[in-house]
Ligand binder design. Structure first.
Ligand code: CTP
Length: 151
């Protein structure tokens, strides 16, 4: 049984996440995800939109994911890898070289990211839509106030 462990936030679950999880699962027989808690995301400087319990439920409903545990700190990885009896630790290549120190306990693998999609980009698109709506409401409000002045 080859167990693969990965970590991440997986906020606003998208196609880059799906493709990574599929390729990770193909590396072994069991894929376990260390999912960053909302508090740990704040430590990492990430503001999550989807809360932990929902992100966990989404991951567990993905056919490539066998189990999920909570990630609360940078330091817990060695204990997690031992507990899960992991053979492979794998991440997207935005993390290349960052976890090479774990090579004494597992095989460390970095997989290429899917191009042109990320949670950050989705957040930008959502906030642009919101800003456009605010501009429309402001313009409607000023139109109405001019109309009222004329009455
Ligand atoms: N990932 C990927 N391809 C993408 C986006 C993410 O392979 N287009 C991988 C990352 O390399 C990581 C995992 O998915 O191993 C979880 O990444 P996460 O940081 O949760 O997603 P991002 O979309 O990269 O989020 P952000 O923009 O907030 O960094």
């Amino acid at each position: 049984m080859t167990t693969v462990v990965t970590y991440g936030t997986f906020d606003l679950f998208h196609i880059g996440h799906v493709r990574l999880l599929k390729r990770l699962r193909d590396l072994g027989d069991r894929l376990v995800v260390g999912l960053s808690s909302d508090e740990f995301n704040s430590v990492k400087g990430k503001n999550v939109i989807i809360p932990y319990e929902d992100r966990r439920e989404i991951l567990l409903s993905c056919r490539y994911v066998d189990d999920v545990f909570q990630e609360n700190s940078w330091e817990q990885k060695r204990d997690d890898l031992q507990r899960e009896n992991a053979s492979i630790f794998a991440m997207g290549d935005d993390w290349i070289g960052k976890f090479d120190d774990l090579q004494d306990v597992v095989k460390v693998v970095y997989l290429p990211r899917t191009q042109d999609v990320s949670t950050t980009e989705l957040k930008t698109v959502i906030s642009e839509i919101q800003n456009e709506k605010i501009r429309q409401i402001q313009s409607l409000a000023s139109h109405l106030s001019r109309l009222i002045e004329k009455l």
